[in-house]
Design a protein around this ligand. Structure first.
Ligand code: HEC
Ligand code: HEC
Length: 283
């Protein structure tokens, strides 16, 4: 016992705690580089908390000598942006969408700022690039339900759209639905007698190319409003259950929300109409 108690490494600045014969705790000073780092770090903390909002109190906190806040910085950034945007916004406020689009600089401005608006308000349904989603029409092609002129697009965004096609399950046999659906998928429905006999012609038109005033889809171009892996089955479904027909619980729902009436400003709607028109399919 007395042997173990003796410090086997006298004079080397250890604490006297020794394990496994030679593993021992020393009292050396930490290296200089470490001490410099250590002191710099707490000095930095003090300086930082003097400059920026920091120490909490009971009801408020120390505001920092510079008075900086993230909110203030945001407001300053916004003010700087408004300064750049201001003159453009003032100009386009009283112009029509067509006039704005005719001016290269203003039209470029409109498209840039509409990109953000589109992401915030439209992309969830129509896809981030307007490429469409099942049930939500593509905006990049030149196939329009409601027309692709600047004015048509503006009307669509302002007032929303809700096409109506009645369910036909009760008035068509399965064989007739098959016939019509196959004629549509092969692009020849206009010459299918059932198309006229069953009244499809009244809405989709004699050439089956649809009518933009009611949004009745073009049934001849193999571009589908309701896309699906099995397009034939999807067409059959639409014929049977219609679109937005409240009397059929299996009907397709298709509603483009209204963005006018204060949801978006008139200027924002004009910008978006130009943006959509320029996605590729504007007429
Ligand atoms: C909640 C989903 C939804 C949102 C959000 C939405 N749309 Fe739509 N949009 C639709 C649907 C559904 C239709 C098709 C309506 C129909 O079939 O009657 C449509 C139709 C359209 C059309 C007509 C396409 C054509 O072929 O004529 C345009 C243009 C359009 N949307 C633009 C926009 C823009 C721009 C925004 C953003 C400001 C937007 N949409 C936001 C669902 C949406
Ligand atoms: C009362 C008017 C009306 C009648 C009648 C009508 N349709 Fe439609 N149909 C529409 C409208 C409007 C749409 C587009 C709905 C929408 O997208 O909001 C549509 C859409 C469709 C679609 C979907 C096209 C696509 O791109 O996905 C098919 C298929 C279709 N109709 C076939 C028919 C057939 C076949 C008949 C006759 C048996 C018929 N429709 C009768 C108004 C009508």
């Amino acid at each position: 016992m007395s042997d173990d108690d003796k410090n086997k490494f006298p004079g080397e600045n250890n604490t006297g705690h020794i394990w496994d014969d030679n593993l021992r705790e020393l009292l050396n000073e930490p290296p200089t580089w470490w001490k410099i780092g250590f002191h710099m770090s707490w000095i930095l903390v003090v300086v930082y908390t003097i400059i920026y909002p920091s120490w909490p109190g009971l009801t408020t906190h120390f505001k920092g000598v510079t008075g900086w806040t993230a909110m203030k910085e945001l407001k300053e950034d916004e003010a700087a942006l408004d300064k750049i945007r201001g003159p453009y916004e003032a100009k386009i406020k009283n112009m029509t969408a067509a006039e704005i689009m005719a001016d290269p600089e203003l039209s470029e401005y409109a498209v840039r700022s509409a990109k953000v608006l589109f992401g915030d308000n439209c992309a969830a349904c129509h896809g981030s690039g307007g490429q469409g989603n099942p049930g939500f029409p593509a905006l990049v092609d030149d196939d329009w339900l409601y027309g692709g002129t600047l004015a048509d697009i503006q009307t669509t965004i302002t007032g929303g759209r809700k096409g109506m096609m009645p369910a036909h399950a009760a008035m068509l046999s399965d064989a007739e639905v098959d016939k019509l659906a196959n004629a549509i998928v092969s692009g020849k429905v206009a010459s299918e007698p059932l198309f006229t006999e069953k009244g499809c012609i009244g809405c989709h038109g004699a050439d089956a190319k649809g009518q933009t005033f009611m949004g009745s889809a073009n049934l001849t171009d193999s571009i589908y409003r309701f896309t699906a892996k099995d397009q034939l089955a999807s067409v059959k479904y639409t014929i049977k259950h219609g679109v937005n027909d409240a009397s059929d619980p299996k009907t397709r729902n298709a509603e483009m929300p209204t963005f006018g009436g204060g949801k978006l400003s008139d200027t924002d709607i004009k910008k978006l109409a130009i943006y959509v028109h320029k996605l590729g399919g504007g007429q």
